[in-house]
Design a protein around this ligand. Sequence first.
Ligand code: AHR
Length: 506
Amino acid sequence: MTIEAVINLDLGGPRINRHVYGHFAEHLGRCVYGGFYVGEDSEIPNQDGIRLDVVDALRALDIPNLRWPGGCFADEYHWQDGIGPRPSRPAMVNTHWGGVEENNHFGTHEFMALCELLGAEPYISGNVGSGTVREMSEWVEYLTRDGDSPMARLRKANGRDEPWRVRFWGLGNEAWGCGGTMTAEQYAQEARRYGTYCRDYGDNTLYKIAAGANGDDYAWTETLMKQLGPLGCRHIPGTTYHAVSVHHYTITGPNWENKGSATVFDTGEYYATMVSAARIEEILAGHAAVMDCYDPNRGVGLVLDEWGTWFDVEPGTNPGFLYQQNTLRDALVASVHFDVFHRHAGRLVMANIAQTVNVLQAMILTDPDTNALVLTPTYHVFAMNRGHQDATSLPVGFRTALPARPVGDTTLTTVSMSASRTDGRLLVSLSNLDAAEAADVAIDLRGGVVEAVEALILTSEALQDHNTPQAPSAVAPRPHDGVSISGGTLRVHLPAHSFVTVSGTL
Ligand code: AHR
């Protein structure tokens, strides 16, 4: 049976903020050290210690922003320990992630240099959990204040004359847990206090993001939305934070102690993973609905600043380093998330996959022994979807029911789609989540003429297939010939467990 869909090319929807294709790099395992940063003396080609093959691979994705330094690490990070000559920077214990020593060799200057190399905007997560208001306030001054001031002088003394531009500023992380174990009410007060003293210097305007809910904790979002304003002080215009965040991880196993393997799984586990991933629709819709009550004009942003799969670590690796392989299953988790992001473009202003290199659902894995770099199946989804960044989201309607299958006590819809347009181009993304059955889609393209369609497909024989240094392209995009267009109807064949993008000129 063919699924019949409709896309109205002339009906504009919201813009898909390019920042929903954002990234996240924490001082965790081999994400920063060994991933992004290898040090100036490394034999791996680097610029000031930053690994250049990683930069090149990420530049090809047009990554819009990078969140740093955590995560849980952000709330025990003291930025002044990470500036000045590296040999004299004090070390600390990374208590969340393996209890290893952090030498602070990758700090503010290194991170900003990385963002410059990537062409990405920095998103800095400040320390609310164990820091002070003064410490956070001075970090903003250090980074963004021009002219003469104590922190600007310190920055200049450390070799950087010009201030940097920093827009995205996180007021802590997971305040309900590793960021201070606070109640929503307590944290909202802290966010207001910290937010008040994070100043805009010159024409640098901060976009402050309050640490948000865990999954479907809508009450947390409601508390933050109630507390947004400055309580009528006429010297402090606007709100004390501009966005609220939320985190949702895709978990397969029955509990955190047993999350299942990233590469060894059966079809039942695969479907359980996809059900967990698909929950992002309900979670974003739930938070958006709460926000709509307090902010009907959608001035406040929703930021999903951590998402992705979380499996058991690879056997033999440090359990605190969260290193996992990445299969075609991960790619389909990503493609389904992006469809949801495109549908919620009116409220969702940013999303950050956790995490970019060597941690959780990574784009890039680096081999500590051979230094080889591997692009994961998830990387390829980001690449194939790149054209959605800043495009206009187009709603996709269906004339026939979408295929679905029972999974445990719920139902999984097995075909997912989203579409967007720019001035001259249509991009349609389609995922077939069924492990064994192909699907065919006929899309009635109305309100415009689409020509010269091209398609790419990401699939593989087995859902467990993944890329390694020995087989780096086992799962990689290939041209797809199962696509045709005639009489305004776009027909797409979707093999079992596949992700397809179709682009056409308008
Ligand atoms: O991404 C790994 C961790 O997951 C982050 O540090 C934390 O914010 C979340 O619990």
